[in-house]
Design a protein around this ligand. Structure first.
Ligand code: SDX
Length: 428
């Protein structure tokens, strides 16, 4: 569709091109707006109404609660696929054949050893350091140990960079847990599949036999699928913006880890469980906390609720809620905070404040309760999110570079002092 939009102000009028995306999303092309209007710009704090790019990777419809990776509905991928296959899908654009999947797995294992010198950086951290800060640092440090510049236009270079990072990132993520617990580091075991390997690196102890519960591995695989990409969220936009300066992939992903750390973004899964525990300790009066969340004078927010795009149920939250019930039941884990979460959800969804603002549980509302049932510490929940989101970040970074996107540099509206002359200190 190539129709026009008219923008008129004062006595002038400009015509703007319009376009439409695959799923009928309509847009106005603002790329020439400033020159067409002699200097007028759009202002959109938080980019709530602004598209930053065109992308073929993920589609989500916040009103309808739809999420698709490369056209495949998240519900089908969560039920029928596995995380390594979804990583391939996001990176390559198609589901792999059995041979392609086997080769992809082998490539990840080929590059999953991390230089032992990286452990010297890790050892410099106090065990109290938040694992997301450690992960961001170690990810950036990978640049120093893998200095070979990659040609973003070379599919071979991009494939090698992707599998290198995917293999090493899981090692680094597991090391942040071992550091926090004061445990010796584990190393990859090439006999295991990706998720089993990640899990053993996190939990295997040198002084006892190690067994993995298939229930845990399957649920972890599903959670990683559900976190794998989410179009232009804060951390992915960060990865694209940093990469648009032609900064290397590892450093760009390190920036994405830092953005995800924020409690309004990926850090919410940690904040949700801390909130639920606080409500439990406070006697479990969920209505009291719903009222606090509604009170403008109270800075408390219902963590795990609300979303910039979803104004309906986050489809991932629905899947995770079901999984939480199943996993805790199968593991025989009774976590009172799960019951509090369900009560909180019911109370909020019956409350006009949340209904009017279309605030629903998001991906972070139930995920932490599953991680806790696995024995994963609360501070590690956002690291788990990062391991899931890594293939999305890499895919979006590669797409941005291969589309020759310009360096990201937004404009602003200046509201400071008009021009004034310098005053010597003796005259101030
Ligand atoms: C993720 O973007 C993505 O795709 C992110 C993500 C991904 O996969 O990458 O989905 C992952 O980050 C999920 C979101 C995790 N964050 C949280 O759960 C933190 C709690 N949620 C809020 O902070 C908030 O809902 C945001 C940050 C998620 C979205 O904020 P917006 O879009 O900027 O909306 P807003 O802050 O302008 O809120 C609109 C209204 C306000 O009230 P009014 O000013 O209209 O009276 O809704 C209220 C807000 O006060 N509101 C909440 C609320 N969230 C919004 N009130 C109470 N509790 C909340 N959680």
């Amino acid at each position: 569709m190539s129709s026009k939009a008219k923008f008129s102000y004062n006595s002038s009028e400009v015509e703007l091109e319009m376009g439409v995306g695959t799923m009928d999303e309509k847009y106005v092309d603002f790329s020439q707006f400033r020159s067409q209007t002699n200097g007028v710009i759009s202002l959109d704090p938080g980019y709530k109404n602004t598209g930053s790019c065109e992308s073929e990777i993920t589609f989500l419809d916040g009103e309808k609660g739809i999420l698709m990776y490369r056209g495949y509905p998240i519900e089908q991928l969560a039920e029928k696929s596995n995380f390594v296959e979804v990583m391939y899908l996001l990176l390559k654009g198609e589901l792999p054949t059995a041979d392609q999947l086997a080769a992809f797995n082998d490539d990840i294992k080929e590059y999953d050893m991390v230089s032992e010198d990286v452990t010297k950086i890790l050892s410099a951290f106090p065990s109290s350091a938040h694992p997301m800060g450690v992960l961001s640092t170690l990810t950036s440090a990978l640049t120093a140990f893998n200095p070979k510049a990659v040609n973003a236009k070379s599919p071979e270079d991009m494939h090698r960079a992707a599998v290198t990072l995917i293999g090493k990132f899981a090692v680094l993520a597991s090391w942040t847990l071992r550091k926090m617990k004061g445990l010796p580091l584990n190393y990859p075991d090439s006999k295991l599949d990706f998720v089993e390997n990640f899990y053993q690196m996190m939990f295997k102890r040198p002084n006892r036999d190690f067994e993995m519960d298939p229930i845990v591995i399957n649920a972890l695989d599903k959670l990683l699928i559900l976190h794998a990409d989410h179009e232009q969220n804060c951390s992915t936009s960060t990865v694209r913006l940093v990469g648009s300066a032609h900064t290397g992939l590892f450093a760009s992903i390190s920036a994405g880890v830092s953005a995800l750390w924020g409690p309004l973004h990926g850090g919410a899964n940690q904040a949700v469980v801390e909130m639920l525990d606080k409500i439990k300790e406070d006697g479990g009066d969920v209505q009291k906390w719903v009222n606090k969340a509604k009170d403008r004078n109270d800075e408390f927010r219902l963590m795990g609720f609300g979303h910039r795009v979803y104004k309906n149920f986050d489809p991932r939250a629905k899947i995770i809620k079901t999984a939480a019930d199943q996993v805790l039941d199968k593991l025989g884990v009774h976590d009172e905070s799960l019951e509090i979460a369900k009560k909180l959800e019911r109370a909020a969804l019956e409350d006009d404040y949340f209904v009017e603002r279309k605030l629903y549980p998001n991906v972070d509302f139930y995920s932490g309760l599953i991680y806790r049932a696995f024995g994963i510490p609360t501070e590690m929940f956002t690291v788990m999110f990062a391991v899931g989101r890594l293939p999305g970040w890499i895919s979006q970074w590669i797409e941005m570079r291969q589309n020759n996107e310009p360096i990201g540099r937004p404009r602003q509206i200046y509201t400071g002092h008009p021009k004034r002359d310098f005053v010597d200190i003796s005259d101030r």
